[in-house]
Design a protein around this ligand. Structure first.
Ligand code: NAD
Length: 491
């Protein structure tokens, strides 16, 4: 029996008994068999979440009490960290050590939101009338659908679940069908921590099958989604009918600008990490290298040398520096993307094909790839490959670097390297992206907001704003000395 759906405080099989096998991207072995929800299961999960929310049980807990629950979840995650990291690396194919880093980030996320629970919520407003008290109160927003991607499966779900719990929402989690195991483990911990029945529910299955009701159903108040732009557009259209609140974390095509006066050695090293970490399957990957003409040859030659030496391998390969792509379909899509780039005039300098090493034959390994001679009109510069593919563009002036860096529909993140602090600050300010790194690329902290400008999304996760997404704000005006309004004549 496979009972991995969690609905109304009970672990259940799919209503038709259907299961789904999860395959390792490293060697295609079966790493898990999980339940695949039916439409009836989804409707049951929505009903359970709605009922729990409307019962007022969890919403009546104080912020502080809900923060303590979330702190307890963080403790249990710490206890089970390596077991969860193993599941995560099995599903994604990423190295076990990277999955351990991810779980550490998940724990920090829960600790951050737990601490926000202990803070003061709401405020008084001075309306200038002695006998009126005016209060702004923060209330849980309602029932939320929390839909996540496969690249950082537990982390992206954690950015939603932790604030939803502190806020007092009830929710249905739907992880990617490719990477369900860590969400199951999290849900077991949420249950063990003492979360009231029906508050947290877990649905598994492909978005095309189980996703529709999670967006359309009028009993859902908020959809918080992390994934691709096209899915985000579908969700936004579907959510319009019932005017749902939306939080969208979508794709990125992130500029990484290197000026000639930068610490070139550090910039090159970070450029390699930015583009090829997790084989480029990172929403904030620095896939667009934008380099000042005078240092182009030196920078690109060294990046190509370094990219050609990156060692690929599976979860337990100690020599590996990064892993496979998530699926065969994704391998095909990255392959087609690079072919299209070359046909458009990009110059392939390294990679550009699947690894032909015998030990990679069963996995979805694609070589780190650098495409030179690119410009903003090209498909490969505008579209996300979500693979280990770096495009290179050149610039001659600060204004041109900014213009190129902003010439994208996306606006998730970007980096700028220069030893001129004023110039770097001007460029950081001019770039229309949600996170900018100066002389660095990649770090983030749960205490700092994360999210996209333009088509990279709506709203923010993490920080204090990441909690606000799950709250309604109510103004309560209390007149302590009632009197007639006197507006209309009383004949
Ligand atoms: P995806 O859009 O294919 O799927 C994301 C989730 O949506 C999955 O759980 C999927 O099952 C579900 N889904 C698919 N169709 C649906 C539908 N019609 N209704 C409801 N749910 C549906 O994305 P992916 O391939 O899993 O993830 C990669 C994408 O995620 C990339 O574009 C990446 O940039 C983005 N991403 C963004 C961030 C961020 O912070 N902005 C973080 C991680 C990933």
């Amino acid at each position: 029996m496979v009972a991995t759906l969690y609905i109304d405080g009970r672990w259940r099989e799919a209503s038709d008994g259907r299961v789904h096998e999860v395959h390792s991207p490293h060697d295609q072995s079966v790493v898990a068999t999980v339940s695949q929800a039916t439409q009836a299961d989804v409707l049951n999960a929505i009903a359970a979440a709605r009922k729990s929310f409307d019962s007022g049980l969890f919403t009546s807990w104080s912020f502080k009490a809900r923060g303590e629950l979330v702190a307890k979840i963080a403790d249990l995650l710490e206890r089970d960290g390596d077991v969860i990291a193993r599941k995560e690396s099995d599903d994604t194919g990423k190295r076990f050590i990277e999955a351990q880093y991810d779980v550490a980030d998940v724990i920090s996320t829960f600790r951050h939101f737990a601490a926000l629970g202990a803070k003061e919520h709401g405020r008084s407003v001075d309306v200038g009338i002695a006998h009126v008290s005016s209060r702004i109160v923060h209330e849980p927003l309602g029932v939320a659908s929390l839909i996540g991607p496969w690249n950082y499966p537990l982390l992206q779900i954690a950015w939603k679940v932790a604030p939803a719990l502190v806020a007092g929402c009830s929710f249905i989690v739907k992880p990617s069908e490719l990477t369900p195991q860590s969400a199951i483990a999290l849900m077991k911990i949420i249950e063990e921590a003492g979360t009231p029945k029906g508050v947290a529910n877990l649905i598994l299955g492909p978005g095309s099958v189980v996703g529709t009701s999670l967006i359309n159903d009028p009993r859902i108040d908020l959809v918080s989604f992390t994934g691709g732009l096209t899915t985000g557009q579908t969700i936004m259209k579907a959510a319009a009918t019932t005017i749902k609140k939306l939080a969208l974390e979508l794709g990125g095509k992130n500029p990484h600008i290197i000026f000639a006066d930068a610490d070139i050695d550090a910039a090159i090293d970070n450029a390699v990490t930015a583009a090829f970490l997790h084989s480029g399957q990172v929403c904030s990957a620095g896939t667009r290298l934008i380099v000042e003409r005078s240092v182009h040859d030196r920078v690109v030659k060294e990046i190509v040398r370094r990219a050609g030496k990156i060692s690929l391998g599976g979860p337990d390969d100690k020599a590996a520096e990064t892993g496979p792509l998530i699926s065969q379909a994704h391998l095909k899509s990255v392959t087609a993307y690079v072919e299209k780039a070359v046909a458009e005039g990009a110059r392939l300098l390294v990679g550009g094909k699947r690894s032909d090493k015998p030990e990679h034959a069963q996995g979805w390994y694609y070589l780190p790839t650098v495409l030179d001679n690119c410009h903003t009109k090209m498909y490969c510069v505008q579209e996300e490959s979500f693979g280990p593919v770096m495009t290179v563009e050149v610039f001659d002036s600060e204004a041109q670097a900014i213009a190129i860096g902003n010439d994208t529909v996306f606006g998730l993140s970007g980096g700028v390297w220069s030893s001129d602090a004023d110039k770097a600050a001007r460029v950081a300010s001019a770039l229309r992206h949600g996170t900018i790194w100066v002389n660095d690329f990649g770090p983030y902290r749960p205490a700092a907001e994360w999210g996209g400008y333009k088509q990279s999304g709506i709203g923010r996760e993490l920080g204090e704003h990441g909690l606000s997404e799950y709250l309604e704000i109510k103004h309560i005006w209390t007149n302590n000395a009632p009197s007639r309004s006197g507006w209309f004549k009383d004949q």
